[in-house]
Design a protein around this ligand. Structure first.
Ligand code: 6PG
Length: 255
């Protein structure tokens, strides 16, 4: 494993997915222990897609050292983004997390906060999620809830959460959660916005696989004149972000 400071974020490269997920599980458990010790709670936003499955499975496994370390009854779970599908749909980020982790961790049901996709429109779901955030964090509507940890992935196009290239949400600076249509997927999504994400104390960006190497290079080492990628807007205001990469995803980096 090699470490280096990119322009903004720590970059950690691991020889394979297994070592990456163990390191991410260690960071998750460490942050959960510290947050609960400091404040009595641990507020985490999970990412979707396929990459975090390995991390969630490790956290759920009682034979691994992380499961017993996390004070699950003090954990509040949110999602950084969600697809506009029922929560039991195969594409649901909630379902993926439930199947791999939440069904195997003793988190009180009222501390698991899926995006309420039963609303008539994605926009109404985003609006309701903002109210849930304010109520759970006990913040005023004009305040930014501060997550202890937000997990993110990245697509080969440099999107993160559901903040895709060309999306109107990329410029959103007032809303905490927004809805958008993704033309190339012909799908509607809801996503946390950059101001909310960047309010977090800790952000972990997990990316694996050679298909992401060019986006990783561009995001971390891209020249100023290169077109920006959405993931490059990850810049915690008073927090710390780290890239957790496998060797394949880091293969275009010069580090
Ligand atoms: C989603 C995720 C998204 C994901 C990337 C990477 O809802 O799909 O939030 O941002 O992290 O698309 O997905 P993979 O991990 O499947 O490559």
């Amino acid at each position: 494993m090699t470490e280096s400071e990119s322009k903004k974020h720590e970059v950690r490269v691991f020889p394979n997915n297994e070592t990456l997920f163990h390191a991410a599980a260690e960071e998750f458990a460490r942050l959960a222990e510290k947050s609960v010790k400091d404040t009595g709670a641990f507020f985490v936003a999970l990412s979707g897609g396929s990459t975090p499955r390995g991390l969630y499975a490790l956290l759920a496994d009682p034979s691994e050292p992380y499961h017993a370390r996390v004070p699950w009854d003090r954990v509040h779970v949110f999602w950084s983004d969600e697809r506009w599908v029922p929560l039991d749909h195969a594409d649901s980020n909630y379902r993926m997390a439930f199947d791999t982790l939440l069904s195997r961790a003793p988190i009180p049901a009222d501390r698991i906060h899926p995006m309420p996709v039963g609303n008539p429109t994605p926009a109404e779901t985003a609006e309701e999620y903002e109210l849930t955030l304010s109520a759970t964090f006990q913040t005023r509507p004009d305040e930014w809830p501060r997550f202890d940890l937000i997990l993110l992935g990245m697509g080969a196009d440099g999107h993160t959460a559901s903040l895709f290239p060309g999306s109107s949400l990329l410029e959103e600076r007032e809303r905490k959660v927004g809805a958008c249509h993704i033309p190339k997927l012909d799908a509607d999504r809801m996503s946390m916005t950059f101001p909310l994400i960047n309010s977090a104390r800790r952000i972990l960006l997990l990316a694996t696989g050679a298909e992401k190497a060019e986006a990783v290079r561009s995001a971390i080492e891209g020249a100023a004149e290169e077109p920006g990628l959405p993931v490059q807007s990850i810049a915690p205001v008073q927090g710390r972000a780290s890239w957790f990469l496998d060797e394949a995803a880091s293969s275009s980096l010069s580090l």
